[in-house]
Write a protein that binds this ligand. Sequence first.
Ligand code: N01
Length: 511
Amino acid sequence: MSRKVTDKAVGNRPVRHAKTIIIGSGFAGLGLAIRLSTQGRTDYLVLERGSDVGGTWRDNTYPGAACDVPSQLYSYSFALNPNWSRSFSKQGEIQSYIQGVAKRYNVLDKHIFDCAVTAAHWNGDTARWEIETSKGSFTADTVVSAVGALCEPALPDIKGINTFEGETFHSARWNHDADLTGKRVAIIGTGASSIQIVPSIAPQVATLDVYQRTAPWLLPRMDRPYLLPERLAFKYLPGVQRLSRAAIYAARETQVVGLAKFPPLMQAFELLAKAKLRTEIRDPKLRAKVTPNFRIGCKRMLISNEYYPALSRDNVDVITDGIAEIRSNSIVTEDGTEREIDALIVATGFHVTDSPTYDTIVGRDGRTLAEVFDEVGQQGYKGAAVANFPNMFFLLGPNVGLGHTSMVYMIESQINYIADALSTVDRMGLRTVEVRRDAQDAYNKGLQAKLAKSVWLTGGCASWYLDKHGNNTTLWPDFTFEFRRLTKTFDVSAYETTSGVSRNDLKVVAV
Ligand code: N01
């Protein structure tokens, strides 16, 4: 096994160099690694802070963790999985799929695991990124950040939360050693993670207090096991699986019309969700508590057939009074009620528009990504580049997220773009490539004009889709095939470039 990277000593400290360094090996980073390998590129490394591939599917192991996008869409187009056991896959099956693809495409020897990136600085003199990690220093001509938006758990800023003495953990860091059987448990949050956790643990715990700040909209989960004939057809007639995938893709794409273009159409979904609520919650008081007060789609639409029945259980209580304080063994709400608990689960989401990773990336003018975003908001160009950060690309950067279909589709669109960017840099002999500010501004003006009429901005809710400036800097506001078209090839004309490559000062070694 040999990795073609270069090695240069700085003092006594070896600095490993690779032409391209990818940070993170979830669906996005791994997908790009596979593309580079299949193009015959050997001069890249993937730095992954975890000890395995999979990203969010490696980390989110909470009870009930499963995908809310159909299995057929939740795979790479170049590696369809005929073996999905159900129409909506569970976490373990998705993680096994990702691990299997990494092995099959032989890219694991390009990975350095347990390697957390702590800083990345652009050095304009050498035209390189200097990267500090828990496993030493690296340099790279180009860095691709593939860390994703849902990787840094957000803890609520609630008085006394650190004084709680019982078992406590975030949904994305589930402590499987903690036995919740027969315990009095509280869960804060009622988002996509919580609605999967609640029905999974409710039968096991003594009591479950669900602290709800905003009631989510729920739609039916059309989940079922695949029948043997279907699985055989997927396996031996790949065209059948492609057809099934195309049909699911097309059906879901119709949601864009209501979500992004004409929100009143979302009322149809609202009617369905209200009917579900009436059928599944018979108690009018509980039903009133969990009835949302915003247009469906404004926050992520959730799917579950078990959540409402779980809330109706005798040992489950939905608490809508705000949390005033957390004490060593209880939660006190604003009405003064104190409820004792043994364990606290925090399902309060992630740092999306304020990711701590933004503090660690320092661009051309010495400002961090966090400082740049603080000023203008989380803006980028095609979700793949940010002005002031030369030779850096992003997978799952600003305004690439979706509320209705598979992120793998967006990731593959971005992989096309970035792989073409890297080829263009080579072909044109470019030393640096940085998106032009005016190109980025024009792109964002267009995005925000589209977003202004979307349900995410008109639907009357607060959500993690919006940044502190009130702009939606997370979601793509159009059909996903439109994004695919936009990212088909690298548009070098939108970038400032410099040429002249002379990087032969480094010897090539095998590590
Ligand atoms: O997080 P969330 P999540 N006090 O941010 C509440 C993806 N995902 O981990 O709505 C009290 O959605 C907050 O309340 P409010 C998916 O993209 C996918 O559940 O802000 N409550 C909300 O109820 C998803 O969108 C799958 O008022 C507080 C909850 O915590 C994303 O991950 C499965 C609070 C946070 O919900 C995140 O989902 C799971 C506070 N201080 C997740 N702060 C799939 O199936 C926050 N909350 C693919």
